[in-house]
Design a protein around this ligand. Structure first.
Ligand code: HEM
Ligand SMILES: *[C@@H]1O[C@H](CO)[C@@H](O)[C@H](O)[C@H]1NC(C)=O
Ligand SMILES: *[C@@H]1O[C@H](CO)[C@@H](O)[C@H](O)[C@H]1NC(C)=O
Ligand SMILES: *[C@@H]1O[C@H](CO)[C@@H](O)[C@H](O)[C@H]1NC(C)=O
Ligand SMILES: *[C@@H]1O[C@H](CO)[C@@H](O)[C@H](O)[C@H]1NC(C)=O
Ligand SMILES: *[C@@H]1O[C@H](CO)[C@@H](O)[C@H](O)[C@H]1NC(C)=O
Length: 383
C-alpha cells in the first residue's frame, strides 16, 4: 500500500511541481560523480550572497573539479583532491587549455560534511564571490547557468597544498543549471541531511527541461502500461476467456498495445537524441524489443492463425509467437528498470518507493501469469 502510494506520488509529482531546491548533475557514463548546486533564496532575491555546491565521487581520483562558465578560459574553478580522510579545495582560475593555477582571491571554502566517508569523496563548498555574470548582478529567474566539470583518475594527490600540480583531465564536460530549480531556503549548510528527493536533474545542454520532463513521464507511463499490464493481460485473455472470438480479441488488444508501445518508443527515441543516449543499453534493448514486437509478433500470430484454420493444430509459428512474446515482455519490464536507473533511483523523479512498487506490481502480474498458464495447460491436457 505504502509502495503504491509512492508510485502514485511519483506520477503525480511528475505532473505537478515538486519543491525542487537543488539541481544535480551526474555525467552520463560517469555515475561515480555527482555535482549538486544550491542557491539560497536570499541570494536569488538580491542577486548577491553565497551559493553552495557539493562534489561527490564514489571512486578514488587524482582530482575532480567544477567550474563556472562554459569553457576553461575565464572559468572560476574549484579543484578538489584528498589528503588522507580530508579533502583539499584549491580554487583556480582558468586561462585556456592549460593547467589552471591557484586563485588566491577566491572566496570559496569547505564547509562541514567534507571529507572521505566510507570511500565517498565529498566536498561541500560555500562560495561568496560566485556571481553568475562575471561581477555584476543578474536576474537569476529563468536563467540557465553553464558549469564545467572534469575529473582525473589515478592515485590520490594526498596533499594539503593549494598549489599542487595537477595533470590534464581524463573526462570533462559542461552542464546547465536552471537557477530557479536550484533555489531553496537560506541555510548555512544545505547539505546537512541532504534530501535527495529535492534534487532535480541538470542536463549537459540547453534545452526545454520541462518539455523533456513531460516526455519522460509520458514515455514511462505508456511503457509501464504496455509491458506490465496490457501485453501480459491480453496474452492471458487467450487462456481465460472461453470464446470463439478470442483470437480476434487477443489480436485486436495486442495491436492496440503495440500502438501504445510505438508511441512510447517515439518519445524515448526523441529523448535519447536530446541527451545523446541512443547507445545506452536502455535504448538498445528498447529498440530491439520494439523492433521484434512490431516486425515479428503480428506476422507470426497471423501465420499460426492460418495454420490452425488449415490443420486445426499448433504449428511452429505458435511456439515462436508465444516464446518471442514472453521473452520480449520480460525484457521490456526489466528495461523499465534500466530507464529508472538513467533518471536516477532515489532522486525526486524516481523515488526508491516507486521502484519497489513497480517491482512488486510486475512480480504479482508475473505470478498470476505463471499460475493461470500452468492451470489452464493442466486443464487442456486433462481434457
Ligand atoms: C592540468 C590541468 C588541465 C589541462 C592541461 C587541461 C587541458 C585541456 C585541453 C587540452 C582541452 C581541450 C580538449 C579537447 O578539445 O579535446 C580542455 C578542455 C576542457 N577542459 Fe581542461 N584542462 C585542465 C584542467 C581542467 C579543469 C580543472 C576543468 C574543470 C573545472 C577543465 C574542464 C575542461 C572543459 C569543460 C573543457 C571543454 C571546454 C573547453 O574547451 O574549455 N579542465 N582542457
Ligand atoms: C583532517 O582535518 C581535521 C580537522 O581539520 C584534523 O584534525 C585532522 O588531523 C585531519 N586529518 C588528516 C589526516 O590530515
Ligand atoms: C559538523 O558535523 C559534525 C557531525 O557530522 C558535528 O559533530 C559538528 O558539530 C559539526 N560542526 C559544525 C561546525 O557544524
Ligand atoms: C554525497 O556524499 C555524502 C557522503 O559523503 C552523502 O551524505 C550525500 O548524500 C551525497 N550526495 C549526493 C547528491 O548523493
Ligand atoms: C526577473 O525576471 C523575471 C522573469 O524574467 C521577472 O518576472 C522578475 O520581475 C525579474 N526580477 C527582477 C528583480 O528584475
Ligand atoms: C526553470 O525552471 C522553472 C521552474 O520549474 C521554469 O518555470 C522555467 O521555465 C525554467 N527555465 C527555463 C529557461 O527553462
Amino acid at each position: 500500500m505504502q509502495q503504491l502510494h509512492h508510485l502514485l506520488a511519483y506520477w503525480l509529482s511528475s505532473l505537478s511541481l515538486v519543491s525542487a531546491q537543488f539541481q544535480g548533475f551526474n555525467p552520463f557514463g560517469n555515475n561515480e560523480l555527482t555535482y549538486t548546486i544550491r542557491v539560497p533564496q536570499g541570494t536569488a532575491k538580491s542577486s548577491i550572497g553565497p551559493i553552495y555546491f557539493q562534489m561527490n565521487s564514489t571512486r578514488p581520483v587524482e582530482w575532480l573539479a567544477l567550474g563556472q562558465g562554459a569553457a576553461m578560459h575565464g572559468s572560476s574553478m574549484f579543484v578538489v583532491y584528498t589528503s588522507g580522510e580530508n579533502v583539499t579545495l584549491s580554487p583556480r582560475a582558468g586561462t585556456g587549455h592549460y593547467e589552471p593555477l591557484y586563485d588566491k582571491h577566491s572566496q570559496a571554502s569547505l564547509i562541514n560534511g567534507s571529507g572521505v566517508h566510507n570511500g565517498v569523496i565529498t566536498a561541500n563548498i560555500r562560495c561568496d564571490g560566485c556571481s553568475f555574470s562575471g561581477g555584476g548582478t543578474v536576474n537569476l529567474s529563468g536563467f540557465f547557468s553553464p558549469w564545467i566539470w572534469a575529473i582525473k583518475y589515478g592515485a590520490p594527490l594526498n596533499t594539503k597544498s593549494l598549489t599542487a600540480r595537477i595533470a590534464e583531465h581524463d573526462v570533462f564536460g559542461t552542464f546547465f543549471v536552471n537557477l530557479t530549480k536550484a533555489t531553496g531556503s537560506d541555510s548555512d549548510n544545505p547539505f546537512v541531511n541532504l534530501d535527495k528527493t529535492s534534487i532535480t536533474r541538470a542536463f549537459p545542454e540547453i534545452f526545454d527541461h520541462d518539455g523533456f520532463d513531460r516526455k519522460r513521464t509520458a514515455h514511462t507511463v505508456l511503457m509501464i502500461i504496455a509491458f506490465v499490464l496490457l501485453f501480459p493481460l491480453s496474452a492471458l485473455a487467450l487462456h481465460v476467456l472461453p470464446s470463439t472470438q478470442i483470437v480476434r480479441i487477443h489480436a485486436t488488444l495486442q495491436l492496440f498495445t503495440l500502438a501504445v508501445t510505438v508511441a512510447g518508443f517515439g518519445l524515448g527515441v526523441a529523448m535519447a537524441k536530446d541527451v545523446h543516449l541512443l547507445k545506452h543499453h536502455h535504448a538498445i534493448i528498447g529498440i530491439v524489443v520494439v523492433a521484434c514486437l512490431v516486425l515479428f509478433q503480428p506476422g507470426m500470430g497471423l501465420l499460426q492463425h492460418r495454420y490452425f484454420r488449415k490443420t486445426g493444430s499448433k504449428g511452429p509459428f505458435a511456439y515462436l509467437h508465444r516464446w518471442l512474446g514472453r521473452i520480449m515482455i520480460i525484457l521490456g519490464v526489466v528495461n523499465v528498470g534500466f530507464g529508472f536507473e538513467i533518471t536516477g533511483i532515489g532522486s525526486s523523479d524516481v523515488p526508491k518507493g516507486a521502484v519497489i512498487a513497480y517491482g512488486a506490481v510486475a512480480g504479482v502480474i508475473a505470478i498470476i501469469y505463471v499460475v493461470i498458464v500452468s492451470l489452464t495447460r493442466r486443464r487442456v491436457t486433462s481434457d
